[in-house]
Design a protein around this ligand. Structure first.
Ligand SMILES: [Mg+2]
Length: 246
């Protein structure tokens, strides 16, 4: 355990024959940008993931709060399993959620109107939405109160705090739940789970990896249950490249 300044060791080299790799996307594989659309995906990243997946016999998955469509667009060239919308939609395995949650469009309209009134950015998501207060952090409490009220009125959704944003996502899904489902795929079965992520949304998945014989890698500063830490997405990408060369 540590606080935000706590020192954690860097992770050991990935064991390609024994481990399975689960990777968050924003703030983990790529740097956070001022707006969600403005991220820069390194040209070589999809190829690195594809090559590493082959070396892991297919035991590499992306697990993100982004929509599956966005993940597929950003990582064109990587063909492995992907879980989007915090576990509600997936590629390469049976989709956890067959239908979009009830009241989705009404909820999204309320979020968009609130964001417009508040001068904040609304991010449309396939299974929910997010209001970003990065441009005006003083509005955090107001945004959180709005989100709690909205979730209380829309029972199929839950509040998901994120970096400088509050999101509404389908209730009953989570990244640790996604890891449990992915681990039942033949490519992942019997391997030790290794999860890397940067945000509060990743903590249950980091804990799941630690609890199932593997380990977690926290990306960036902040408290985490993970045993290991890398300071930035560039360091994670270097760690992945080193595994390829090892
Ligand atoms: Mg992230």
């Amino acid at each position: 355990m540590d606080d935000s300044t706590g020192v954690k060791p860097t992770p050991p080299a990935l064991n390609l024959g024994r481990e399975a790799l689960f990777l968050d996307f924003d703030g983990c594989l790529v740097d956070i940008a001022p707006t969600p659309d403005a991220i820069k995906v390194p040209d070589a990243l999809p190829r690195v993931l594809q090559d590493l997946s082959a070396r892991l016999n297919g035991a590499l998955a992306i697990v993100s709060g982004r929509s599956l469509h966005e993940l597929e667009t950003f990582l064109q060239g990587f063909d492995g399993p992907m879980v989007g919308s915090h576990g509600a939609e997936a590629r390469g395995m049976t989709a956890p959620m067959a239908h979009q949650p009830a009241g989705l469009s009404e909820l999204q309209q309320e979020m968009a109107s609130f964001a417009t009134r508040s001068g904040l950015l609304y991010e449309h998501k396939s299974h929910g939405g997010a209001v970003h207060f990065r441009s005006d952090p003083a509005q955090q409490t107001l945004v959180e109160g709005f989100a709690q009220d909205l979730a209380a009125r829309h029972g199929d959704f839950a509040v998901q705090p994120a970096k400088m944003a509050v999101e509404l996502r389908p209730a009953g899904f989570s990244k640790d739940g996604a890891l449990a489902l992915l681990s039942e795929l033949s490519a992942f079965a019997g391997r030790r789970p290794v999860y890397a992520g940067d945000d509060t949304t990743d903590e249950p998945a980091l804990a799941w990896a630690e609890d199932h014989g593997g380990f977690g890698v926290k990306i960036g500063a902040g408290h985490s249950v993970a045993r290991f830490r890398l300071d930035a997405p560039s360091q994670l990408r270097a760690w992945l490249m080193a595994a390829l060369e090892g």
